[in-house]
Design a binder for this molecule. Structure first.
Ligand code: GLY
Length: 299
């Protein structure tokens, strides 16, 4: 089996001054994940590596650089799936963790559960030896300023201003053993209610992986994505059509038609063909498959 990897850095409207940072950030992530795969590493390690790079890059709404909630706190969601055994791990509304994708993987590999939230997730993290960080390790000046602006506008929008919402990160990888993994990580939406959880840690909505059917990661307005189980829906269309581009387009069409949703999706077929589609002005994504000399990044 020849390796393949695709990442995204969020669907929405990316301000012109941030386009290049999104391109560079997704490129760095995909090349790091690719390196893991060509050295014979697992899809799980490639997905973790690629997402950690984007969580550490303050360009994105994940890990450092995340949007603040209505109380000026950072609450993070992440989901991880091993398509070879249908194992799932996820965390939601978790604070003071630099790399929630690692914690989601730990839930998958070292607990009997699929989803841990808030204080329970933090206690599990401490038990697993994860260091806790400070709010200021995650919240950057750009986001404090946004929070103050939104505070002033007293916005508690039911549908967030999608024009500005972007930056969830995700990855799907296929390794040399034919195993697929998928993961997604986010700080959620700006000014969200404390405790609000979007699609990202919900298996089948924000992420899905099955060696037999393929893998997906989603981004966009989480409340709409969750209602149509976008990640699993795209794999349903892939089973029907065999075409990754048609499958992602069909899933996004349902998102738009049924729930007036906005978002994007990346996908890998079981043999490593990439697909992507979005109905927002931008989505940052990058991919590399066998036979390519370098990754392609698009914003
Ligand atoms: N898709 C990210 C979120 O809505 O939280």
């Amino acid at each position: 089996m020849r390796p393949s990897i695709i990442v995204h850095g969020g669907a929405g409207t990316i301000p012109p001054e941030m386009l290049e940072a999104h391109r560079q950030g997704t490129l760095r992530a995909v090349e790091a994940g690719w390196q893991v795969l060509v050295e014979g590493g697992s899809a799980l390690d490639a997905v973790e590596q690629a997402i950690v790079i984007m969580e550490d890059d303050e360009t994105f709404d994940a890990g450092r650089g995340s949007f603040l909630n209505a109380e000026g706190q950072v609450e993070l969601d992440a989901g991880f799936m091993d398509g070879s055994r249908l194992l799932v791990g996820a965390v939601a509304a978790v604070q003071f963790i630099k790399n929630p994708i690692r914690l989601a993987r730990a839930v998958m590999e070292k607990s009997d559960h699929v989803l841990l939230v808030a204080q329970g997730a933090i206690r599990f993290a401490q038990k697993m030896g994860f260091p806790l960080c400070e709010l200021t390790d995650l919240a950057v000046p750009r986001e404090f300023e946004r929070w103050l602006r939104l505070l002033y506008e007293r916005a508690y929008p039911a549908q967030p201003a999608m024009a500005q919402v972007t930056g969830t990160v995700g990855c799907v990888a296929l390794d040399r053993n034919g195993h697929i993994a998928a993961g997604t990580s986010t700080g959620g939406t700006p000014n969200k209610m404390p405790g609000r959880v979007g699609d990202v840690p919900m298996v089948g909505s924000g992420f899905y992986a099955d060696d037999e059917y393929g893998g997906t990661s989603c981004t966009g307005w989480g409340e709409s994505i969750a209602k149509v189980n976008l990640a699993r829906l795209a794999l349903h269309y892939l089973q029907q059509t065999g075409d990754p581009q048609v499958a992602t387009q069909a899933a996004i069409q349902v998102l738009a038609d049924k729930v007036n949703g906005l978002g994007g999706i990346i996908l890998l077929t079981p043999d490593g063909r990439p697909g992507w589609h979005y109905n927002t002005p931008h989505m940052a994504y990058a991919y590399r498959t066998a036979g390519m000399d370098c990754a392609i990044a698009v914003v």
